[in-house]
Design a protein around this ligand. Structure first.
Ligand code: TRP
Length: 450
């Protein structure tokens, strides 16, 4: 059985890995989700705890996941199993891999719907339909899309097919090529939007909202959501980075690469926040408006700036690229598992996994389009899947990964991989105590939210 065979494919350079891993990390989570979550859950205080989680929980877990991937050199399930074997630990550790496969799959089902929204906006923008947008018409435009299940399904389908086409190809021709171009371009676009925000009326109010923490706004729930968002945005807790780490040549430093990835991811999220909140305040919009936030705010900015139609079109095109490089990472664990264990081709694996995911996404479409969607303890289908994945499965996966690498894997093995020198002690403190215990504490204190 192909069980023990390592991957043959490898990233062509350190930069290729950083770009691909950033491609996985940077996506709708930064541009769409981070702004709307921080708007809903306490502004500056949310941002601050988010940053703390990224640094002290996210980064160490990201290193841990990458290490497991490079040691195992296979899909997450097999990498976990072979790492457990090396440590003479229980084979049950491969459950982490399974949990991850399921989480990635579930996340992609709604991710594709939201990415579909950005495709819809790309066409509205390019067609000039958003050229004269004000606060009122931009709300109407979004509402129209939200209420139309048909239109959302069309774009959701288009996005899922695009994802399937990319993952069905081999590593270098698919993932590497797309990310290499997209990442720098996205950065330039966001910088342009930030410059615009800087010159707009709402700038100081926006900055205050983002960077002046008011801790009275912070609840147990916002802590859990900030933590879940750190996992989501960095793409952790489900083996995506494990799958990418498996393609990482031994000579490349995991520590330096993961710091670069986490830094880039955080920078892009903050840049998106800086672009969006001044528009919110200048136009008397509500920061708490939820998933429609970027779609109701950014078109206003584009319609006011010179060359806005062109800029806006490029921007939504880049959001599409950012989303697709993340989508590929969400599904890669499943694809790797299907090809390595079930011996199907990449093309077939993409079609199977993509179609099943597409079907689940329809549930998300209806949770937005219907005025009275079915609810489970107050959550509609989208909110339920998001809660179960970002706020439960990813953090639980994170605790397990931290515990496994911190306590079970042989120290020498990890030290060899990470080459931390005299900083090993900090790493140990974080991966053994800080990361697993703080995540566990937040999960426990939030049990009532289930
Ligand atoms: N990080 C991506 C984003 O911010 C989404 C994503 C990619 C992801 N891979 C993941 C989320 C793995 C959770 C787990 O859009």
């Amino acid at each position: 059985m192909s069980d023990q065979l390592p991957h043959k494919a490898q990233w062509s350079s350190r930069l290729a890995f950083i770009l691909a891993a950033s491609g996985s990390a940077i996506g709708l989570g930064n541009i769409w989700k981070f702004p709307y979550l921080l708007g809903e859950h306490g502004g500056g205080a949310f941002v601050l705890v988010y940053l703390i989680f990224v640094l002290f929980v996210g980064l160490p877990i990201m290193m841990a996941e990458t290490v497991i991937g490079r040691l195992g050199k296979q899909n997450p399930v097999n990498s976990m199993r072979s790492a457990a074997k090396k440590a003479n630990a229980s084979q049950n550790w491969q459950l982490v891999g399974w949990l991850g496969l399921a989480a990635g799959f579930l996340i992609l089902s709604y991710y594709s719907v939201i990415a579909g929204w950005s495709m819809a906006y790309l066409f509205k923008m390019a067609g000039g339909f958003l050229a004269n947008t004000n606060a009122l018409t931009s709300q109407q435009t979004f509402e129209e899309l939200r209420k139309s299940a048909d239109v959302q399904i069309v774009w959701h389908t288009a996005f899922m097919i695009s994802t399937m086409l990319i993952v069905s190809r081999e590593l270098s021709t698919g993932i590497e090529r797309v990310t290499g171009l997209m990442m720098p371009a996205l950065f330039i676009m966001l910088a342009t939007l930030d410059i615009y925000a800087f010159s707009s009326d709402g700038f100081s109010q926006g900055m205050q909202f983002l960077f002046e923490p008011d801790f009275s706004k912070l609840t147990g729930e916002s802590l859990l959501i900030a933590l879940g968002q750190a996992f989501f945005s960095l793409g952790l807790g489900m083996g995506a980075i494990m799958a990418y780490g498996a393609y990482l040549p031994d000579r490349i430093s995991i520590t330096r690469s993961t710091i670069a990835v986490a830094g880039a991811d955080t920078l892009v999220a903050l840049m998106a926040g800086i672009a969006i909140f001044p528009i919110v305040f200048a136009n008397h919009l509500e920061p708490t408006m939820g998933p429609g936030l970027i779609f109701e705010t950014l078109p206003i900015a584009f319609s006011k700036m010179p060359g806005g139609t062109l800029f806006g079109s490029i921007f939504f095109l880049l959001v599409f690229f950012a989303a697709i490089t993340s989508a590929v990472a969400l599904i890669e664990p499943t694809i790797a598992w299907l090809t390595e264990r079930m011996d199907v081709s990449r093309a077939k694996a993409s079609v199977w996994a993509g179609s099943a995911c597409w079907l689940m996404g329809i549930g998300t479409v209806f949770s937005f389009s219907s005025e009275e969607p079915t609810r489970w303890s107050g959550r509609n289908f989208y909110e339920l899947i998001d809660f179960v994945t970002s706020d439960l499965m990813l953090p639980i996966g994170g605790i397990l990964i931290a515990t496994f690498v911190g306590w079970i894997l042989k120290n020498e093995l990890i030290e060899e991989e990470l080459e931390l020198g005299n900083r090993t002690i900090i790493w140990h403190g974080l991966i053994r105590y800080v990361a697993p215990l703080s995540v566990a504490a937040i999960l426990l204190s939030a049990l009532s939210l289930i």
